[in-house]
Design a protein around this ligand. Structure first.
Ligand SMILES: NC(=O)c1ccc[n+]([C@@H]2O[C@H](COP(=O)([O-])OP(=O)(O)OC[C@H]3O[C@@H](n4cnc5c(N)ncnc54)[C@H](OP(=O)(O)O)[C@@H]3O)[C@@H](O)[C@H]2O)c1
Length: 224
């Protein structure tokens, strides 16, 4: 069964998944890169940027998990780029250059229609305007039996969490304070929604926490 998985999603210790005021110079929002300082030194990041070097180790192993076994991705429109409102033209093609690191169909949630965009290396951005269930159904169909990775950003993950549609989440918890920005879990009762922490691994620059949606047939009523 195809799972919907969040992998390698970084949050600060005060719970933010992006800094405030995203724009062209600040793809992750102001101070947002501090969230990714566990990922930037890894071999996985190096490989994504055509570099042969990069650190091995636990953070790298955790990053590798994010690229194994996925047949499609789902992104929110702000993760795709800083353009807001109706698309002025088709010139914005994502942050990642001509060959984005996805190599699969990528379903971008937006209220503003746009034709699909084929990129080098097998990535095709398809813009979905009819909501999270439609995006998931299309991604599952495209994934060919492999899992679907929910890349983010924050608002998109929050919607899928509230709908109880995410099977597994891997959060990379960074020991930094952002103070403001996009909060990942505020106001969402994950326990009530049936999630539990199943594993935690100390990496070099982040603590990796794995959450899973409990199988409803195994829910212990004393814990709900
Ligand atoms: N911490 C990490 O590991 C990590 C990973 C990925 C991204 N990020 C960061 O997260 C930030 C982006 O997150 P975000 O919360 O600002 O935005 P987001 O989730 O990427 O995108 C939100 C936008 O997507 C569209 N959208 C979402 N749900 C929709 C729906 N059901 N129907 C139609 N359109 C829908 C809407 O755009 P329109 O209405 O404008 O079309 C909405 O404003 C960026 O700074 C990014 O770099 C962080």
């Amino acid at each position: 069964m195809t799972k919907l998985r969040v992998q390698s999603f970084a949050i600060s210790i005060d719970g933010y998944g992006a800094g405030p005021r995203q724009d062209l110079e600040h793809p992750l929002g102001v101070n947002g890169p501090e969230l990714m300082e566990w990922f930037f030194p890894t071999r996985v990041w190096g490989r994504m940027h055509g570099q042969a070097d990069g650190e091995g180790g636990i953070d790298n192993e955790m990053a590798e998990l994010g690229f194994a076994g996925f047949g499609a991705w789902i992104l929110g429109r702000n993760m795709f780029g800083p353009v807001r409102g109706p698309w002025p033209d088709d010139s914005w093609k994502g942050w990642w250059g001509d060959e984005p690191p996805y190599h699969t169909p990528v379903f971008v949630l937006t209220h503003h229609p746009r034709p699909p965009l084929k990129m080098a290396g097998g990535t095709e951005f398809r813009f979905v305007t009819d909501g999270i269930d439609a995006a998931l159904a299309q991604a599952r169909a495209a994934a060919g039996g492999r899992d679907v990775r929910l890349g983010g950003g924050v608002a998109t993950i929050r919607q899928y969490l509230r709908a109880g549609l995410i099977d597994e989440l891997h959060l990379a918890v960074r020991p930094v304070l952002l103070g403001s920005g996009e909060h990942l879990l505020g106001g969402i009762d994950l326990r009530f929604l049936g999630y539990e922490c199943v594993k935690s691994v100390a990496g070099e620059r982040a603590t990796h926490v794995f959450l899973r949606k409990r199988d409803p047939s195994r829910v212990d009523p004393r814990r709900s």
